[in-house]
Design a protein around this ligand. Sequence first.
Ligand SMILES: [Zn+2]
Length: 191
Amino acid sequence: MAIKYNVCLDCGSNKSAKIIYGMPTHEVKPKVERGDIILGGCSLPETHKDYQCKSCGFEWSKEEAVDDAYRKITSIKANIGGFFGNSYEIEWRISTGEVTHLYWEISREEDPVTFNTTYHNAHYLDSIKSINLLRWKRDYQPEEMVLDGTSWSVEIEKGDKVISKHGCNAYPKTWEQFCELMEEVSGKTFN
Ligand SMILES: [Zn+2]
């Protein structure tokens, strides 16, 4: 899972208690006694927290955990290509704004070009979030076998991990949106 909601956003401990709201059910009681569940009260406050760290006491919401996960993405590398056609690769190092673009055909390969993106979007986090990038499945395949088609892959660097997604002739729902973002960032064709 690319987003671990229950890991403390402050100290990184994975020992946390879930805060629940509303009338507690009978089954909840032993968990409350063990300290795995905290009762947050009968009504849901306007701004509420969903977890409390058992080590440091920090509290956070599910939404904050999602934001934090996306904020930790330092680079996105994507490529797409047909077996006999053109292939494109774009690497976007979000922290420095550097973009490397690579294009090749079956008989010709261009040298990679690195430049600084002119993409200035204060809301880039919202863009990536609305693409749901971290929730994509690992692998997309069509129902029926296709021999020569278009394949793609995306590598997401997040903290010290690299998360890989790929597919062949099948795409996540937000694929078009993702291609548009990569084109906006690089100023180059990507689809
Ligand atoms: Zn903590």
